[in-house]
Design a protein around this ligand. Structure first.
Ligand code: C5P
Length: 232
């Protein structure tokens, strides 16, 4: 295996299969574009297990993803894709940068989900990006943008139902897409409490990376609770 990429939370390896990668989930937690950083033993394992359950659920509902199989406690075998430099974000309830940007409280329930893009670029601080910006920069075609938006809103509905069944509200989440060698756009990266905001349905207790970002307690206990509810 040869490491070809190392990000904040994952490493990507090539294998002897030309059209596959192995993604290794790390224990590193970062926030604020890497300003806050810590190693939290067990986080990678929990995110891999949670992402696995979610990708299997989405595949079962007809969403094409890069997922092939989970090999062990650290590593996921995936289809090789080129990641589009877009952070695709859906919000069902106000929180985080939305609440800050527009000067509103967290916890406002939206009648319609809010779909937004950020340009995935650490140096620029992942700026918010309009549809036309992404198309003008040649990151996606108009047809690809439309397909991504439609697919993402479908994923939102599936994720909302999945989490509601385990008494969690899906406040918001970020996903990434990649393109395979045939030009198909597949859901890629991860879907975990690192990339979603999840609040308890009854108490609004946070079970996501805001525990780390805002020093709200034990992140591992939070993520373990999410996995426990998924597995029950
Ligand atoms: O920070 P913000 O409110 O824009 O985040 C919206 C959602 O996207 C949150 O669930 C957050 O965890 C996720 N996100 C992410 N990676 C980023 C930015 C946001 O997973 N780089």
């Amino acid at each position: 295996m040869e490491k070809i990429y190392e990000g904040k939370a994952k490493e990507v390896y090539t294998t002897d299969q030309a059209d596959e990668f192995i993604i290794r989930y790390k224990d590193t937690a970062t926030a604020g574009n890497g300003e806050k950083k810590a190693d939290i033993a067990g986080k990678g394992e929990l995110n891999l297990a949670i992402t696995t359950a979610i990708f299997k659920m989405l595949e079962a509902h007809g969403i094409p993803t890069h997922y092939i199989e989970t090999l062990n406690e650290r590593d996921m075998r995936v289809k090789k894709v080129t990641i589009l430099p877009l952070e695709v974000i859906v919000r069902n309830i106000s929180a985080g940068s939305f609440a800050k940007r527009f000067g509103v409280d967290e916890g406002i329930v939206f009648e319609h989900p809010s779909f937004e893009l950020s340009y995935k670029n650490d140096e620029l601080g992942d700026p918010l990006m309009a549809e036309d910006h992404a198309i003008a920069l040649g990151l996606v075609t108009k047809a690809e943008y439309d397909a991504i938006r439609e697919q993402t809103l479908k994923i939102n509905e599936l994720l909302k139902a999945f989490f509601l069944k385990i008494n969690l509200k899906l406040v918001d989440f970020k996903i990434e897409y990649g393109k395979d060698s045939d030009g198909n756009i597949l859901l890629a990266d991860e879907i975990s409490p690192d990339t979603c905001r999840l609040w308890d349905k009854d108490t609004n207790q946070k079970f996501d990376k805001d525990i780390f970002r805002r020093d709200l307690g034990d992140l591992i206990e939070g993520y373990q609770e999410v996995l426990k509810r998924i597995n029950n």
